[in-house]
Write a new protein. Structure first.
Length: 136
């Protein structure tokens, strides 16, 4: 199982509010936003959900707009809460995620979300869930 698939399986342990059958379903940012609200609600408040377009369909511009909103909040979280900057090698190309469903860049974004989860207040809970997941 590749890293993107593993991270996708982990993300599916959250209440994602909708169909999320394959990694490409994350490329509109909706499910990712729902996960972040559950990971660190003190920072990613439920209010962020009102700024996300839920019905992007085939409109890649709406998808990239959602992803930019989320990514900027993730960058802020890393800087303000974790006192870290995101290394260049982990900075995803949001346009290729939104337009082309690029798995490599989606994986980078999911790794950043994982970083939020294992460094947040509830990190023990998230790590425990991760240890129960199958790698097959």
């Amino acid at each position: 199982m590749d890293l993107t698939t593993c991270l996708f399986q982990w993300l599916k342990t959250f209440d994602l509010k909708g169909s999320c059958e394959k990694p490409e379903d994350l490329c509109d940012g909706v499910a990712i936003t729902h996960a972040l609200v559950q990971i660190a609600p003190e920072y990613f408040s439920p209010e962020i959900l009102t700024k996300i377009e839920n019905e992007c369909g085939n409109n890649w511009f709406l998808r990239v707009s959602n992803l930019r909103r989320i990514y900027l909040r993730i960058v802020d979280y890393y800087g303000e809460i974790l006192d870290r900057t995101i290394p260049d090698k982990l900075q995803p190309d949001l346009e290729t995620i939104a337009r082309d469903y690029n798995q490599m860049d989606l994986c980078k974004l999911l790794q950043l979300i994982l970083g939020c989860a294992i460094n947040c207040i509830q990190k023990e809970k998230h790590i425990e869930i991760m240890t129960t997941l199958s790698l097959q």
